[in-house]
Design a protein around this ligand. Sequence first.
Ligand code: FES
Length: 252
Amino acid sequence: MTEQFEFTSTENAVHPTPDTSVFGENVRADARRIVERYPESRSALLPMLHLVQSVQGHVSQAGIQFCADQLALSTAEVSAVATFYTMYKRKPCGQHLVSVCTNTMCAALGGDAIYRTLREHLGVGHDETAGPPGEPGSITLEHAECLAACDFAPVLQVNYEFYDNQTPERALELVKALQRGEKPAPTRGAPLSDFRGAERQLAGFFDDLESEVEGPSQATETLRGAQLANERGWTAPAMPDDAELPPLPERK
Ligand code: FES
């Protein structure tokens, strides 16, 4: 016997379309500029989500609706992407996002102690914000997986800029400075912005390209292997021009 289910519409089941008016004409113009970069408009979703975060400090339901409208996608498609990547925040972020690497190399060299120190100082845990989100001096704390800077372990990032070779004491001083409204220079790379400013850059917008991205991005540790190889005359075996490529796995 086939069971019969009855679906009823209740007031709670109604989801009104979010109001996207927070995204003014200038944001919509930026969104159009992003779309123009790609042959397929849907390819613009990742930078578009960063644009949304540069406006709101997170990806809200209105932000999801905005992206869907701009790119002719469903809100389910946008939500699937926004909830997959950790760089898209579902809760409003602080003025600064502090990401402490607690992956293997950093953890072994003190990353866990750094995270613990900052957690105790700020009184918040992973993905939580000390202070009113977006207000000056507010800090969102998160622990991060490998930040691809193991040669500088333990590291942390503020708004994705690197602070290398950290200790709990140095990290605490850094966070206190951020809370006072200071912007200590990262160890390498671009000068420090704030979370929303960094998000605008990730969307591909630079008001002053040179000053926003300028800064040394390499360091002795990173170049050490190449220098040693150079000094000792080590070279990698050449790739033969007629090298056979491995067969592609069969499609199932
Ligand atoms: S483990 Fe921390 S940067 Fe790789």
